[in-house]
Design a binder for this molecule. Sequence first.
Ligand code: ATP
Ligand code: MG
Length: 273
Amino acid sequence: MSEIIRYEQVDICYEGQLAVHDISFSLQEGEILGIVGESGSGKSTLLKAALNMLGKDGLVTRGDIYYKGLDLPDISEKEMQKICGAEIGMIFQMAGSSFCPIRTVGAQIKEMMAAHGHEDAQLVEQETCELFAKFGFSEAKRIWDSYPFELSGGMQQRVGVAAAMLLKPKILLADEPTSALDVTVQKQVIEEMLLARKLFGTAIILVTHNIGVIRTMADTMLVLHQGEMMEYGRARDVLANPQSAYTKKLLAAVPRLRRSKASYGRDTASQAS
Ligand SMILES: Nc1ncnc2c1ncn2[C@@H]1O[C@H](COP(=O)(O)OP(=O)(O)OP(=O)(O)O)[C@@H](O)[C@H]1O
Ligand SMILES: [Mg+2]
């Protein structure tokens, strides 16, 4: 297995104010890293930094984020356009809402694929419908022809994940992809991400408040608190035997239910701050 991405002693500031300090971690091919931490701890900031999406006020002020030997914060906008989506995919909490409301899902997918050099529209449609079917969508062609508002919010999110996988990115950055969903759709989105890893060897950095999701999916786990790394290690070890006082408090706030593999819904640590 080879290393896909490595954060090395990363500091990130907004308007000169330190938001994230001295963060180091790496992912191998196919690895899933779960990042947890209370609101404002810097989780999204860490993901955005990999795609130079920190906005005009944000800056990586120290350290490096290596991807295939490239230091991502230093690459040109043009180089980033090639990598973004095709090599490093991203999905957000409301991936569905990133669809334009007045154009069909298919038209938008064709445009995205053409922007990355896949200009044979018929082939794109065929491959998309095949991937939709692999992801268990029963009416792939209907979804392709739909306007986003004709799909439920949960279905929009599932389509968003599938669309992110069309370019077979090496890494998927997933920022609370299941937070806005009911338990059944959460489970489907989680299964989609696991299938994406199986089919394409995609590594995933997954930001979530839901310890149940971490328990189900993550190989490794990173706990953030006020921009500092509290703990980082194998998810199984951190969950069973947390070392830092903060992680202990965070995990203690998770309701102690008898857990099955499918208990993502109730297992939230968002109130643990
Ligand atoms: N564009 C910005 N300008 C100034 N400060 C920002 C900006 N974006 C984020 N911050 C600050 O950086 C810190 C980290 O924010 P970030 O959005 O990464 O947190 P988070 O862990 O993703 O929180 P949440 O769980 O609420 O999504 C916060 O203090 C936030 O106020
Ligand atoms: Mg966030």
